[in-house]
Design a protein around this ligand. Structure first.
Ligand SMILES: N[C@@H](CCC(=O)N[C@@H](CS)C(=O)NCC(=O)O)C(=O)O
Length: 213
Protein backbone atom coordinates (compact mmCIF):
# COMPACT_ATOMS: atom_id res chain seq x y z
CA UNK A 1 0.00 0.00 0.00
CA UNK A 2 1.11 3.57 -0.61
CA UNK A 3 2.39 5.38 2.47
CA UNK A 4 2.08 9.16 2.62
CA UNK A 5 3.94 11.23 5.19
CA UNK A 6 1.86 14.26 5.92
CA UNK A 7 0.51 16.58 8.61
CA UNK A 8 -3.25 17.20 8.85
CA UNK A 9 -3.07 20.93 8.14
CA UNK A 10 -0.57 20.56 5.27
CA UNK A 11 -1.94 22.26 2.17
CA UNK A 12 0.03 20.06 -0.25
CA UNK A 13 -1.19 16.96 1.59
CA UNK A 14 -4.72 18.05 0.68
CA UNK A 15 -3.57 18.51 -2.93
CA UNK A 16 -2.18 14.97 -2.97
CA UNK A 17 -5.29 13.44 -1.36
CA UNK A 18 -7.48 14.88 -4.13
CA UNK A 19 -5.42 12.90 -6.64
CA UNK A 20 -5.47 9.76 -4.47
CA UNK A 21 -9.24 10.00 -4.06
CA UNK A 22 -9.84 10.71 -7.75
CA UNK A 23 -7.79 7.68 -8.77
CA UNK A 24 -9.48 5.59 -6.05
CA UNK A 25 -6.15 4.49 -4.65
CA UNK A 26 -5.62 3.03 -1.19
CA UNK A 27 -3.10 4.75 0.99
CA UNK A 28 -2.17 5.16 4.61
CA UNK A 29 -1.19 8.54 5.94
CA UNK A 30 1.26 8.85 8.81
CA UNK A 31 2.99 11.81 10.46
CA UNK A 32 6.67 12.34 9.61
CA UNK A 33 8.71 10.59 12.33
CA UNK A 34 10.12 13.34 14.56
CA UNK A 35 8.18 16.01 12.64
CA UNK A 36 8.84 17.53 9.22
CA UNK A 37 12.19 19.13 8.72
CA UNK A 38 13.77 17.10 11.55
CA UNK A 39 16.94 15.04 11.20
CA UNK A 40 14.97 11.88 12.01
CA UNK A 41 12.58 12.55 9.15
CA UNK A 42 15.39 13.67 6.81
CA UNK A 43 16.96 10.25 7.22
CA UNK A 44 13.86 8.94 5.41
CA UNK A 45 13.00 11.91 3.17
CA UNK A 46 16.20 13.87 2.45
CA UNK A 47 14.44 17.21 1.85
CA UNK A 48 12.37 16.95 5.05
CA UNK A 49 9.33 17.94 2.97
CA UNK A 50 5.75 16.91 3.54
CA UNK A 51 3.94 15.42 1.81
CA UNK A 52 6.24 12.59 0.83
CA UNK A 53 5.44 9.20 -0.63
CA UNK A 54 6.87 5.80 0.14
CA UNK A 55 5.83 3.37 -2.58
CA UNK A 56 7.47 0.11 -1.68
CA UNK A 57 10.80 1.80 -0.97
CA UNK A 58 10.59 4.51 -3.63
CA UNK A 59 10.73 7.72 -1.61
CA UNK A 60 9.51 10.93 -3.26
CA UNK A 61 9.45 14.23 -1.38
CA UNK A 62 7.46 16.74 -3.43
CA UNK A 63 3.74 16.79 -4.20
CA UNK A 64 4.27 17.60 -7.87
CA UNK A 65 6.78 14.77 -8.41
CA UNK A 66 4.44 12.44 -6.53
CA UNK A 67 1.46 13.49 -8.65
CA UNK A 68 3.30 12.95 -11.93
CA UNK A 69 4.60 9.58 -10.69
CA UNK A 70 1.19 8.32 -9.54
CA UNK A 71 -0.43 9.50 -12.76
CA UNK A 72 2.08 7.42 -14.74
CA UNK A 73 1.88 4.40 -12.47
CA UNK A 74 -1.93 4.44 -12.25
CA UNK A 75 -3.00 5.91 -15.61
CA UNK A 76 -6.74 5.33 -15.14
CA UNK A 77 -8.43 7.79 -14.89
CA UNK A 78 -5.92 9.93 -16.78
CA UNK A 79 -5.14 13.28 -15.18
CA UNK A 80 -3.34 14.97 -18.05
CA UNK A 81 -5.05 16.00 -21.31
CA UNK A 82 -4.39 13.99 -24.50
CA UNK A 83 -2.87 16.87 -26.41
CA UNK A 84 0.58 18.42 -25.97
CA UNK A 85 -0.69 21.94 -25.39
CA UNK A 86 -3.31 20.78 -22.90
CA UNK A 87 -0.67 18.93 -20.88
CA UNK A 88 1.58 21.98 -20.92
CA UNK A 89 -1.30 24.18 -19.72
CA UNK A 90 -2.19 21.75 -16.92
CA UNK A 91 1.42 21.75 -15.70
CA UNK A 92 1.58 25.53 -15.95
CA UNK A 93 -1.56 25.83 -13.85
CA UNK A 94 -0.26 23.46 -11.19
CA UNK A 95 2.97 25.39 -10.87
CA UNK A 96 1.06 28.66 -10.77
CA UNK A 97 -0.70 27.43 -7.65
CA UNK A 98 2.44 26.03 -6.04
CA UNK A 99 4.87 28.85 -6.83
CA UNK A 100 2.68 31.96 -7.22
CA UNK A 101 -0.72 31.81 -5.51
CA UNK A 102 -0.16 29.50 -2.54
CA UNK A 103 3.03 31.23 -1.30
CA UNK A 104 1.09 34.52 -1.02
CA UNK A 105 -1.49 32.74 1.12
CA UNK A 106 1.13 30.98 3.22
CA UNK A 107 2.77 34.33 3.98
CA UNK A 108 -0.38 35.15 5.97
CA UNK A 109 -0.04 32.21 8.33
CA UNK A 110 2.44 34.16 10.46
CA UNK A 111 -0.09 37.02 10.61
CA UNK A 112 -3.02 35.10 12.07
CA UNK A 113 -2.23 35.71 15.75
CA UNK A 114 -3.59 39.21 16.57
CA UNK A 115 -0.78 39.92 19.06
CA UNK A 116 1.96 39.69 16.42
CA UNK A 117 -0.01 40.86 13.37
CA UNK A 118 1.50 43.48 11.09
CA UNK A 119 -1.41 45.11 9.27
CA UNK A 120 0.86 46.49 6.53
CA UNK A 121 2.04 42.96 5.72
CA UNK A 122 -1.54 41.67 5.75
CA UNK A 123 -2.68 44.43 3.42
CA UNK A 124 0.22 43.86 0.99
CA UNK A 125 -0.40 40.12 0.92
CA UNK A 126 -4.14 40.62 0.41
CA UNK A 127 -3.43 42.80 -2.63
CA UNK A 128 -0.97 40.22 -3.92
CA UNK A 129 -3.57 37.44 -3.60
CA UNK A 130 -6.16 39.51 -5.46
CA UNK A 131 -3.56 40.15 -8.20
CA UNK A 132 -2.72 36.44 -8.42
CA UNK A 133 -6.40 35.51 -8.69
CA UNK A 134 -6.76 37.95 -11.53
CA UNK A 135 -3.74 36.36 -13.27
CA UNK A 136 -5.34 32.96 -12.67
CA UNK A 137 -8.52 34.16 -14.38
CA UNK A 138 -6.46 34.90 -17.50
CA UNK A 139 -4.70 31.51 -17.37
CA UNK A 140 -8.10 29.80 -17.13
CA UNK A 141 -9.04 31.40 -20.46
CA UNK A 142 -6.59 29.00 -22.09
CA UNK A 143 -7.53 25.99 -20.05
CA UNK A 144 -10.60 23.91 -20.84
CA UNK A 145 -10.12 20.27 -19.87
CA UNK A 146 -13.27 18.16 -19.51
CA UNK A 147 -12.15 16.34 -16.35
CA UNK A 148 -9.90 16.81 -13.31
CA UNK A 149 -6.20 17.20 -14.17
CA UNK A 150 -2.94 17.41 -12.26
CA UNK A 151 -3.21 21.15 -12.82
CA UNK A 152 -6.33 21.41 -10.69
CA UNK A 153 -5.43 19.48 -7.55
CA UNK A 154 -3.64 22.24 -5.64
CA UNK A 155 -6.31 24.92 -6.02
CA UNK A 156 -9.18 23.62 -3.87
CA UNK A 157 -7.10 23.74 -0.66
CA UNK A 158 -5.61 27.13 -1.55
CA UNK A 159 -9.09 28.53 -2.25
CA UNK A 160 -10.38 27.23 1.11
CA UNK A 161 -7.52 28.93 2.94
CA UNK A 162 -8.17 32.22 1.15
CA UNK A 163 -11.88 32.07 1.92
CA UNK A 164 -11.39 31.17 5.59
CA UNK A 165 -8.53 33.60 6.27
CA UNK A 166 -10.45 36.45 4.67
CA UNK A 167 -12.84 37.21 7.57
CA UNK A 168 -10.17 36.41 10.18
CA UNK A 169 -7.76 38.98 8.72
CA UNK A 170 -10.20 41.34 6.95
CA UNK A 171 -8.53 40.67 3.61
CA UNK A 172 -11.40 41.70 1.30
CA UNK A 173 -10.11 39.50 -1.50
CA UNK A 174 -11.65 40.09 -4.93
CA UNK A 175 -12.53 36.85 -6.69
CA UNK A 176 -12.82 37.21 -10.49
CA UNK A 177 -15.91 35.52 -11.95
CA UNK A 178 -13.89 32.96 -13.99
CA UNK A 179 -12.10 31.88 -10.80
CA UNK A 180 -15.41 31.56 -8.93
CA UNK A 181 -16.78 29.46 -11.80
CA UNK A 182 -13.63 27.32 -11.84
CA UNK A 183 -13.89 26.74 -8.10
CA UNK A 184 -17.58 25.76 -8.44
CA UNK A 185 -16.73 23.35 -11.27
CA UNK A 186 -14.00 21.67 -9.22
CA UNK A 187 -16.33 21.46 -6.23
CA UNK A 188 -18.76 19.33 -8.23
CA UNK A 189 -16.14 16.57 -8.55
CA UNK A 190 -16.56 13.99 -5.76
CA UNK A 191 -12.83 13.69 -4.99
CA UNK A 192 -12.61 17.45 -4.51
CA UNK A 193 -15.87 17.79 -2.57
CA UNK A 194 -14.92 14.93 -0.22
CA UNK A 195 -11.44 16.31 0.43
CA UNK A 196 -12.70 19.84 0.99
CA UNK A 197 -15.36 18.55 3.42
CA UNK A 198 -12.75 16.78 5.53
CA UNK A 199 -10.07 19.50 5.21
CA UNK A 200 -12.19 22.55 6.08
CA UNK A 201 -12.58 21.68 9.80
CA UNK A 202 -8.80 21.24 10.03
CA UNK A 203 -8.28 24.75 8.64
CA UNK A 204 -11.02 26.07 10.97
CA UNK A 205 -9.34 24.54 14.03
CA UNK A 206 -5.93 25.91 13.00
CA UNK A 207 -7.23 29.45 12.46
CA UNK A 208 -9.21 29.33 15.72
CA UNK A 209 -6.14 28.13 17.60
CA UNK A 210 -4.28 31.24 16.42
CA UNK A 211 -7.01 33.84 16.63
CA UNK A 212 -8.99 32.83 19.74
CA UNK A 213 -6.15 33.09 22.22
N1 LIG B 1 6.71 22.15 -3.12
C1 LIG B 1 6.43 21.33 -1.95
C2 LIG B 1 5.83 22.20 -0.88
C3 LIG B 1 5.39 21.46 0.34
C4 LIG B 1 5.63 22.26 1.60
O1 LIG B 1 5.74 23.48 1.57
N2 LIG B 1 5.72 21.56 2.71
C5 LIG B 1 6.09 22.18 3.97
C6 LIG B 1 5.02 21.94 5.00
S1 LIG B 1 3.43 22.53 4.50
C7 LIG B 1 7.34 21.52 4.46
O2 LIG B 1 7.51 20.34 4.29
N3 LIG B 1 8.23 22.29 5.09
C8 LIG B 1 9.40 21.74 5.74
C9 LIG B 1 10.61 21.67 4.88
O3 LIG B 1 10.51 21.90 3.67
O4 LIG B 1 11.65 21.35 5.44
C10 LIG B 1 5.47 20.22 -2.34
O5 LIG B 1 4.71 20.44 -3.30
O6 LIG B 1 5.48 19.15 -1.73
Amino acid sequence: MLTVYSVPVGIYGAKLRILLRYKRLEWREIPPPGGYGTDAYKRIVPSGNVPALDDDGLILGDSEAIAEYLNEKFPDPPMLPDDLHGRARARELSRFNDTRLEPEVRALFAQTAPSTRDTAVVSARAQAITARLSQLARLLDWYEPDSLTLGDCGFPATFEWIEMLDPALALNIEWPDPVRAYRRRLGRIDAVADEVASYRPVIRDWIDSKTLT
